[in-house]
Design a protein around this ligand. Structure first.
Ligand SMILES: NC(=O)c1ccc[n+]([C@@H]2O[C@H](COP(=O)([O-])OP(=O)(O)OC[C@H]3O[C@@H](n4cnc5c(N)ncnc54)[C@H](O)[C@@H]3O)[C@@H](O)[C@H]2O)c1
Length: 474
């Protein structure tokens, strides 16, 4: 990777208008692993101008040409998968196996899903015998992404936007920017026309806010915290641009008495995956009382058997938290759980034994958690699980919905009718049942303060389209 301090604008790697170095920290050893540049208004303006200039041609570029470029991107992505795995592992702490299989794998999985969806996507559909409905690109899109699943998020935005005929400016997370820089190299190698795809590094108050408020940006697609989602929505209000948001979560995992034997340990593993840094993590486990003691024993064992180690090591362990700020936040929330009276079943504050350097946290489980506690309400974004008993279906539905978030909830029961009934009552964009994953192209997104967008497949392409009604077509 040779363009660490440059931005990708109008098909060229360019130096920032004003030098503003920013160190990227490897969370496994707390050492500087790269230095990038943060952009300024002039860089943002240049990238937006390039995207604007490219828009007319790209919008009317035939589908087959766009498709050929997206397929080429998949080829490059697969050919350079190992570079991408190492970039993500170093910048955000995903252990080797997770980085290769899931962090890189998520990107190729979504790319393939978009290729299928784009192939079958009908942009023009007759409404009546004489009226036509056209779906057209919204224009220049700013894409702002987080650090926790970097390639997953970048692919989920860049590819459908380009398939829709939009042109884009990507701003990856400044905490984990290396994968975004590498992805820009892939876009360049795939051969997209100049200005169709642009990338500027920067932070939230800088390039992030500039893009959100920019008069020549038609849409912001954002994934990150609900905090930043609100700021972006406000910054975008004066220009009334479309704002699509994928925000935080506080997923409930409802384990009924007839759930499969290992439902609780599976749930704990799922919560700790990616060191708990997933918006859809099942962080509140509700267990029907007759299975509660068994579930508590299972999650305790799972937490104690979850190994924590540097990202550079192979194996099934979890890595560090992404940054010192995230480490401090998670430690603070664990301490609050203790102070507010929850019972610490496993883990706790401080680093795991033998790890004195790096932002490593202990897999932690609390019981006796009540709805007034901070750990029950706030998204922790670390390997911290709360386990609570319940007595009735009505009670657990109420508890699961008792959160401003509504991203993914989980149900474990062998009873099909109950599964369907409860799934309908949960106020979330996704309900995953009995550990069965979602299909390629399935809509990903939230209700309530978890956001308003849907990503993946045809739903993801639709996000970037305007709808036009034309009468007298025939
Ligand atoms: N729903 C989803 O699809 C999804 C997926 C992954 C992560 N997340 C959420 O992301 C959060 C963790 O990511 P994070 O810490 O990187 O979030 P963050 O909100 O701090 O940052 C995300 C991105 O937004 C930018 N940003 C920050 N403030 C901004 C502002 N005022 N204006 C414009 N841009 C701004 C950052 O530079 C970064 O690129 C968690 O809350 C998690 O739940 C949601």
């Amino acid at each position: 990777m040779s363009n660490l301090k440059n931005f990708y604008i109008n098909g060229q790697w360019v130096a920032p208008a004003v030098a503003n170095d920013f160190d990227v920290i490897n969370p496994s050893n707390e050492e500087v692993c790269a230095t990038i540049s943060l952009g300024s208004q002039a860089d943002t303006d240049a990238a937006v101008a390039a995207a604007r200039a490219a828009f007319e041609d790209w919008a009317f570029t035939p589908k087959a040409e766009k498709m050929a470029l997206i397929k080429k991107l998949l080829e490059v992505y697969n050919a350079r998968a190992e570079e991408m795995a190492q970039a993500m592992s170093m910048e955000m702490g995903a252990p080797q196996k997770l980085a290769r299989a899931q962090q890189v794998g998520a990107g190729s999985w979504h790319l393939e899903g978009f290729i299928k969806a784009f192939e079958n996507f009908e942009f023009d559909t007759p409404f009546t015998d004489t009226e036509m409905t056209l779906r057209e690109p919204i224009g220049v899109c700013a894409l702002i992404t987080p650090w926790n699943w970097p390639m997953n998020q970048i692919v989920l935005k860049v590819v459908p936007a380009l398939a829709a005929g939009c042109t884009v400016v990507l701003k990856p997370s400044e905490i984990a920017p290396l994968s975004g820089i590498l992805f820009s190299e892939f876009m360049d190698e795939a051969g997209f026309p100049a200005g169709v795809y642009n990338m500027v590094n920067g932070d939230g108050p800088g390039v992030g806010s500039q893009l959100s408020a920019h008069p020549d940006v038609d849409m912001v697609s954002f994934t990150g915290s609900s905090r930043a989602g609100k700021l972006i929505t406000k910054a975008a209000a004066d220009t009334l641009k479309r704002v699509s948001l994928e925000l935080g979560g506080k997923g409930a995992n409802i384990i009924f008495a007839d759930a499969r034997d290992n439902a609780a340990s599976d749930g704990a593993m799922r919560c700790f995956r990616n060191t708990g840094q997933s918006c859809n993590a099942p962080t509140r486990m509700f267990v029907e009382r007759s299975r509660y003691d068994e579930a508590v024993a299972q999650v305790k064992e799972t937490a104690e058997n979850t190994k924590v180690a540097p990202a550079s090591e192979d194996g099934n362990h979890i890595g560090p938290l992404v940054s010192e700020a995230q480490f401090d936040k998670v430690q603070d929330l664990i301490q609050k759980g203790i102070d507010e009276g929850a019972t610490l079943l496993a883990g706790g504050v401080g680093r795991p034994d033998g790890l004195n350097r790096g932002f490593f946290a202990k897999p932690t489980v609390f019981t006796d958690v009540t709805p007034d506690m901070t750990i029950y309400k706030e998204e922790i974004f670390g390997p911290v699980l709360c386990v609570m008993p319940f007595d009735s279906e009505a009670e657990v539905i109420e508890m699961a919905n008792d959160t401003p978030y509504g991203l993914t909830n989980y149900i474990q029961t062998e009873d099909t009718e109950k599964r369907r009934r409860v799934a309908r009552r949960l106020r979330s964009g996704m309900v995953e049942t009995n550990g069965s994953g979602f299909a390629q192209g399935s809509p990903f997104g939230g209700y309530k303060q978890s956001g308003n967008g849907r990503e993946g497949g045809a739903f993801g392409i639709e996000e970037f389209l305007e709808v036009k009604a034309v009468s007298g077509w025939n």
